[in-house]
Design a protein around this ligand. Sequence first.
Ligand code: NAI
Length: 328
Amino acid sequence: TSTPATVTVTGAAGSIGYASLFRIAAGAMLGHDRPVRLRLLELPQAVAAAEGTAMELEDGAFPLLESVDIFDDARAAFDGTDFALLIGARPRTKGMERADLLAANSAIFAGQGSILNEVAADDLRVIVVGNPANTNAAVAAASAPDIPAERFTALTRLDHNRAIAQLARRTGTPVGRISRVSIWGNHSATQYPDIFHAIVGDTPGAEIAADQTWLVDDFIPTVAKRGTAIIEARGASSAASAANATIDHVHDWVLGTPAGDWTSVAMPSNGAYGIPEGLVCSVPARSVDGRWEVVEGLAINEFSRGRIDASVAELRSELDAVSALTVS
Ligand code: NAI
């Protein structure tokens, strides 16, 4: 379609924002025939930096880029928006307790959810990248009663892509021949990258998973702790790969997942696989006519069940902690 899309990016002057905007402007997210109107939302102290990024976007002379506007007011930034990429969040600073982090972010995401509820376009789609991403998405969805909950998602595509990359490295299979990998649970160290249903070249993933030592001691922790390994190596957290995954997520949501494959999306649970409703939990999903659908009916073995349950329990405790804050 050539209808212009309005895309609001929060935290636009941050690292992931910077790594996302130029590819969005180039058509990588919504297709190379869809004009884009970019809106950058930042905190007041980062507006000047966002203005610098906007100058560079202008200098890209992107044929699809219709406009770039900068805001420090969420209501104006989300007015009529079709896509909200919620990247900006309160980072954990020295001495900050987990409860403080949850409280600061739940205030941000509750506020943004209720503003989206009032002013966004009817076809709004939301992806939360800012951590704790799953719980932030759950809070935003709960604050937007008029928007179908399924429009609120959180990013676990980076974990999904990392799992594919590790499988490719282990087996020497090109990434393009690896499909049906699943990330379950939270975007955190408890996430469960599941290869039991994967297809790796001509080999069933279950055959590769049969090497339990590699699965438990190498593959799962390498994927789950990849973010930390990147911080240690580059002295800064994943930015370009996170931006890439964000673009992949929205791209597939709008334009569809490849035939025969699926991806991983953190989305409000519909109760499938025994995941309680209200949690935003990563599951294997396909995009059908612009809507995410859980891939249902996969046989879950005992090993996978234990891992999924542990991550779901963590999501439950995060959301309970946030609810307790809201009530008190
Ligand atoms: P960054 O610190 O470089 O940029 C964040 C930007 O957000 C800053 O410019 C800040 O001014 C802005 N910001 C903060 N609160 C805001 C608000 N209420 N409204 C608008 N803007 C706001 O951080 P970076 O590296 O870009 O990461 C952003 C977030 O993404 C972090 O929370 C990080 O933990 C998370 N992340 C999530 C991943 C995932 O896979 N789900 C992967 C990597 C990072």
